[in-house]
Design a protein around this ligand. Structure first.
Ligand code: F6P
Length: 377
């Protein structure tokens, strides 16, 4: 049921927040084209997250011409905001640093710009912000984005499969060097606290060991797997490790801690190098670690993500037309449907350590840093 009665819509805005992901521009294009062609609405782009609601000059008019050629382009033409708090800012008043509440300004400028609805494209943090905008009286709908694929409530987020493809191609390249030099090659991948990118890229890229946050690993098991492979004549091993993976009883590898009062998350990383040193110490084998980093976020979206992003964009427009605010478009059983923000906020979607993909991988002899219950090789 619609949360509100359909209202007269003339002008809508789009904002992109959080880390970029391949397909963001495809959503911007999908929203803009459907809004103009189907409904004859005007479309405005807010620059750098919600900056356009703080300073109304930080906006751009989006027409068919502005979105031409965007389907295949990586990044976001609107710019993103992944840190800071959009609802407050520090200002100096009478020589004193004070925190200014920006919420009244955001609402005032939303009206000043003549907007009737807002499409927020982003991950879990953005959906939380979108839910708060809804509480402030701004009619808002969401589109789920993240290469990590960790957003609850949707089977997939756009950008994920492109990141997996990029990681798989990196693994294909590492395979040949690993084989030529008889080395242990480690690839550290993104994903925050979820192992989706590592699991899928590891499977597609023929990894021997995959370490994900959902299965804290036993270092001895990792070392034994590498040694067993050597004894069996495999002179090299390929290990995929998620940035959020950690040893049993061990800590996360954190490069920078979260900043309180902002939306700046802790920055993970470093486990690949750490693992290379440990394996070398315990086996004497030559180990190298590669951190794929932001390469996973860049580049042109693959066909799947272009299509998913486009469908999400068209759905967002349909949701606005029906007055279905405070909802985001999600993929469910292959269909794009609307779900309330409350179903995704403060939740996370993780790899099931005993799910089909992990079990099937184990049947192929892939080790997850735990005793392989499917096959022993
Ligand atoms: O959420 C997407 C993501 O790329 C994570 O996989 C990674 O931990 C994080 O963003 C990196 O963020 P930043 O670009 O701010 O360093």
């Amino acid at each position: 049921m619609p949360t509100e009665l359909p209202r007269d819509i003339h002008r809508i805005a789009i904002s992109t927040s959080g880390g970029d992901a391949p397909g963001l521009n495809a959503v911007i294009r999908g929203v803009t084209k459907a809004a103009i062609l189907k409904h004859r609405w005007e479309v405005v782009g807010l620059l750098n997250g919600l900056e356009g609601l703080v300073d109304t000059t930080r906006t751009v008019q989006l027409g068919l011409e502005q979105v031409r050629g965007l389907l295949s382009r990586g990044g976001t033409v609107l710019g993103a905001a992944s840190h800071g708090n959009p609802f407050s800012r520090s200002v100096v008043k009478d020589g004193q640093a004070v925190v200014e509440d920006l919420r009244p300004l955001l609402v005032k400028n939303f009206r000043y710009l003549g907007l009737d609805a807002l499409v927020c494209i982003g991950g879990e943090g953005t959906m939380k912000i979108a839910a708060m905008l809804g509480e402030m009286g701004i009619p808002v709908v969401g589109v789920p984005k993240t290469i990590d694929n960790d957003l609850a409530g949707t089977e997939l987020t756009f950008g994920f499969h492109t990141a997996v493809q990029t990681a798989m191609e990196a693994l294909d390249r590492l395979q040949t060097t690993a084989a030529s030099h008889h080395r242990v090659m480690i690839l550290e991948l993104m994903g925050r606290y979820a192992g989706w990118i590592s699991l899928m890229a590891g499977l597609a890229g023929d990894a021997d060991i995959i370490l994900v946050p959902e299965i804290p690993f036993d270092m001895q098991e990792v070392v034994d797997t590498v040694l067993r492979r050597n004894r069996r004549g495999a002179s090299f091993s390929i290990i995929v490790v998620a940035e959020g993976a950690r040893e049993k009883e061990g800590d996360l590898h954190v490069l920078r801690h979260a900043t309180e009062g902002t939306y700046a998350n802790e920055r993970l990383g470093g486990i690949g190098g750490w693992l290379a040193d440990r394996i070398h110490e315990q086996t004497g084998l030559e180990c190298r670690s590669t951190v794929l980093g932001h390469i996973q976020r860049g580049g042109s979206p693959i066909a799947f993500d272009r299509i998913l992003a486009t469908k999400f964009g068209v759905k967002a427009v349909g949701m606005i037309a029906k007055g279905r605010f405070n909802h985001l478009a999600v993929l469910e059983n292959g269909e794009i449907v609307a779900r309330p923000f409350s179903e995704v906020v403060d939740r996370e979607k993780n790899v099931d350590p005993d799910g089909q993909t992990v079990r099937y991988a184990e049947r192929l002899g892939i080790n997850f840093g735990r005793l392989n219950r499917e096959v022993r090789i």
